[in-house]
Design a protein around this ligand. Structure first.
Ligand SMILES: [Zn+2]
Length: 262
């Protein structure tokens, strides 16, 4: 059967209108639904508030560029399996590994062990020991390579970070070494190296000004491949000025995409 011109025109119109509707629907869908969801536990107030505040500004820009949503919490009260199931990435923005509720600890362990999402922890995340009346969290210490916090450099020194795993996605487009200014550089009872994959370390011989607070082999960025979750610990994270260091923001950006399986 041959379509009459009028019928043909109507048919074409219906097909085009339907296609347009689909496009509009798809665009709306893309605009309202980010590619992945991030949960950030951020330390409230205290000495790291300026870092957390600067991180929030930078993360808001990243969320637009890389198409993710981000929610913040300031304690672990809400954390359980159900709550974590909404998120593909857990950011520990200078929140220490103590004073978590037992439910939050168990849910976080499952999240990491079963790879329910990725994790990036900063700075205070390795404050492993007895602090503020809380015991060490042994599971978290093992997750971080079996370490215990010993000291920090209260006077702050600059140092050169050496990239050890240039082919790792978190290190993409980074030079073989880069400068980090005025850091606190924690030391631990031993290097986590035997238990983790070290991505970068600080060369303590480049400390400016020099200090006696050193640990020798001193990893500062690493991932623990014994856990299903894609995880990265980044030591640097005291000062807000870090967000003006393009090497640091590149490392953070790369880590987000890798840990969230993007
Ligand atoms: Zn600090």
């Amino acid at each position: 059967m041959k379509l009459q011109p009028a019928t043909f025109r109507i048919t074409c119109f219906v097909v085009v209108a339907f296609a347009m509707l689909l496009c509009v629907g798809n665009a709306l869908c893309q605009a309202s639904s980010p590619k992945f969801h991030v949960l950030a536990i951020a330390e409230k107030g205290g000495i790291h508030k300026p870092f957390v505040d600067a991180a929030k500004v930078w993360l808001a820009q990243e969320a637009v560029k890389d198409d993710f949503s981000i929610d913040y919490i300031e304690n672990t009260d809400k954390i359980d399996d159900q709550f974590l199931s909404h998120y593909q990435l857990f950011l520990q923005l200078n929140f220490p590994p103590y004073a978590w509720t037992p439910t939050a600890m168990a849910a976080f362990q499952r999240y990491i062990e079963e790879g329910r999402g990725g994790w990036i922890g900063f700075h205070h995340a390795t404050l492993l020991g007895e602090f503020d009346g809380y015991p060490i969290w042994p599971w978290f210490s093992t997750f971080m390579g079996g370490i215990r916090f010993t000291k920090y450099i209260p006077t702050f020194v600059s140092g050169k970070v050496i990239v050890e795993a240039p082919s790792h996605p978190a290190m993409k487009n980074l030079p073989s070494s880069f400068e980090i200014e005025n850091e606190e550089w924690y030391t631990y009872d031993h290097s986590p190296r035997p238990n983790v994959h070290v991505l970068a370390s600080v060369d303590e011989n480049t400390y400016t000004p020099t200090t006696t607070i050193k640990m020798g082999d001193h990893p500062v960025v690493w991932t623990n491949e014994h856990y299903k979750a894609r995880n990265i610990y980044i030591f640097m994270g005291h000062h807000p000025e870090l967000f003006q260091n393009s090497f640091y923001t590149r490392l953070f950006h790369n880590s987000i995409l890798w840990a969230a399986h993007q």
